[in-house]
Design a protein around this ligand. Structure first.
Ligand code: ZN
Length: 113
């Protein structure tokens, strides 16, 4: 099991340097999407996606984003959980995602293939 020796924000995501010298860049967007918390897991696996609200009078099909959706996803806080995981708090207010090191490593591997 590799451990991160360096974690750093590069603006749009998290840069992780692992103890075996491998370097990964994980976009906050991807991390947010891969959130392992129960709520997000259910949302991802749910077959019915709630459709975004649209204005029906005149400007058809205009999607109204919430304030949180309109700004790019970023992490506001990164907190170690024991020595096996990191809790990431996002600027959309979501803070229940705890990312085990294996999950971060897997995400990084998936992104560099
Ligand atoms: Zn979540």
């Amino acid at each position: 099991m590799e451990n991160p020796v360096r974690l750093e924000s590069y603006g749009e995501g998290l840069e992780i340097e692992w103890s075996d010298g491998v370097m990964h860049r994980l976009a906050w967007r991807d991390l947010r999407f891969a959130c392992p918390c129960a709520t997000c897991r259910v949302k991802r696996e749910s077959p019915t996606q709630p459709s975004p609200p649209v204005i029906n009078s005149g400007s058809r099909g205009l999607t109204i984003l919430t304030a949180a959706e309109a700004q790019p996803i970023r992490a506001t806080k990164l907190r170690p959980v024991g020595n096996y995981a990191y809790a990431i708090e996002f600027n959309d207010g979501h803070n229940t995602g705890i990312y085990p090191l294996e999950a971060l490593r897997e995400l990084g591997m998936a992104g560099t293939v």
